[in-house]
Design a protein around this ligand. Structure first.
Ligand code: MN
Ligand code: MN
Length: 477
């Protein structure tokens, strides 16, 4: 690979302002009106983030925002009506929304897909046991976590429990200031000699990520009195029995709210920004569209990306194809599978997902000519993958050209990025699943520091321009 000829030092005679703009800190180029808009957007984004700690909560909030903006259930629409706003809720954990365009959908659609699941610690089906007079929950982690980050920090319990009377109970404990929280123990440094001698990979076995949730024995009970007391509290407050855990989805997530970061308050720190930062931007870009777009604009908020997009609510599921065919059917009731293939062939898509941002401490994992930086705008990532681009969607030069034109024409502050140094590691996104359907697709998202940690950090400038960029894509691609 040759050196990228677009580094800042080569920009002295500007070929085009936008070309050079990619390589400057975005904060240096803002107008006062931008600053006001950035602050307003991010306040709303942080409110969304705080209400959306699980995939279900993210979808629930997204539906509320969509309905507020006039979106209606897809099945209420009988013919293809330009300007119509519809959504399809797939099992409460994935959502597809569309604003129908002035053109026929048979000419292709525009799509932005983000995911709303995030790495976390799930409870097992038979989670509860008593150990040394503590009530303890057995867990199984979800997604790529650094296990030690989850020890000795306040955790909240979110999720649903399906009772055998057919009712579903929503659980959300640990985020209100008056709520209790939970924790996974770590060994104290004084007695950590054995732990210190191990590699990080060996020192924190997944099976030891057990959560302590109580220590007070029930009165007049001899055996498992602490566990019995915890079960009594759960039963009194939520009507849950121990047997009900097997029909539950309960997730341990970091307790607390997202926060402004830095004295300049230029950044946001919080859990689950991968990928709710892009999910919210996609949703807002669609729900804020002021005019009917030419092409039908679609947003997918999917689940299960962090474990490979499998499962009925993940991006490999047919619910996405079904939604697109429902739209096609509105315009052409007697369509064939060939029409579907043709629509996907003419479809342009953003895989709206985060990339790794440079931080000053661990910069050695990046190659600085191509690394993404906070405050430089959302990141266009031509390919992800690992090793020799293994598993990557590698966006075509032609599509990269189109995206670049759309972003520059709309005066978006943006940058390109690579996921770390070659052979340093890697990752994948739902770009693969959209590409498999025949669409043109490129990865596009916000740079994050501390991805998959309990406190992921983004730049407010990048969050805002992600939203503006997706809107420009829907209006002009
Ligand atoms: Mn992601
Ligand atoms: Mn991720």
């Amino acid at each position: 690979m040759t050196n990228n000829p677009t580094a800042p030092q080569n920009c002295e005679k500007k070929e085009s302002d936008a070309f050079c703009a990619t390589w400057k800190n975005g904060w240096t180029k803002l107008a006062d009106t931008d600053c006001t808009a950035i602050a307003a957007y991010n306040n709303e984004y942080m409110a969304y983030l705080d209400k959306s700690k699980t995939e279900r909560e993210s979808i629930h909030e997204a539906i509320a925002i969509a309905q507020n903006a006039g979106f209606v259930k897809l099945e209420t629409l009988k013919t293809f009506t330009p300007g119509a706003k519809v959504f399809f809720n797939h099992r409460g954990k994935a959502l597809v929304l569309a604003v129908l365009g002035t053109e026929s959908p048979l000419n292709g659609v525009l799509l932005s897909a983000a995911h709303v699941d995030a790495p976390r610690i799930d409870l097992k089906m038979r989670p509860l046991r008593e150990d040394e007079e503590f009530a303890v929950l057995e867990t199984h982690y979800y997604g790529g976590i650094k296990k030690y980050q989850w020890l000795q920090t306040p955790l909240a319990l979110h999720g649903v429990v399906c009772l055998n009377n057919g009712k579903t109970v929503d659980i959300r404990i640990g985020d209100a200031p008056s709520d209790p929280v939970f924790f996974i123990p770590d060994v104290l440094p004084h007695l950590g000699k054995n732990q210190k001698g191990k590699t990080v990979a060996d020192a924190f076995p997944g099976e030891e990520l057990d959560v302590l949730i109580g220590s007070q024995p029930m009165a007049n009970e001899e055996k498992h009195a602490v566990k019995k007391n915890v079960l009594k509290i759960l039963n009194t407050r939520y009507g849950i029995t121990e047997y009900d855990f097997l029909s539950a989805e309960l997730e341990m997530v970091p307790a607390g709210r997202s926060r402004n970061v830095g004295l300049d308050e230029s950044m946001i720190g919080g859990y689950g920004q991968d990928d709710r930062v892009c999910a919210y931007a996609s949703l807002k870009a669609l729900t804020d569209l002021q005019t009917t777009p030419q092409k039908t604009a679609i947003v997918v908020l999917a689940d299960k990306e962090e474990i490979g997009s499998a499962g009925t609510t993940g991006m490999t599921s047919a619910f996405i194809d079904r939604f697109v065919e429902e739209i096609i059917a509105l315009a052409k009731p007697n369509f064939t599978s060939l029409d579907s293939y043709r629509v996907w062939d003419k479809t342009k898509a953003l895989s709206a997902d985060v990339n790794a941002g440079v931080d000053p401490i661990f910069k050695s994992v990046h190659e600085m000519t191509n690394a993404a930086r906070l405050g430089y705008g959302p990141v266009v990532t031509k390919y992800t993958g690992s090793g020799g681009k293994g598993g990557a969607n590698d966006a075509s030069a032609e599509f990269m050209g189109e995206i670049r034109c759309v972003l520059d024409a709309a005066n978006i502050i943006w940058q390109t990025g690579a996921l770390g140094r070659v052979d340093e590691g890697g990752g994948g996104t739902v770009a693969r699943d959209l590409a498999a359907r025949g669409a043109d697709v490129v990865d596009f998202g916000v740079a994050v520091i501390g991805m998959h940690s309990l406190f992921e950090v983004t730049s407010k400038l990048d969050c805002y321009f992600m939203y503006k960029a997706i809107q420009a894509f829907f209006e002009h691609a």
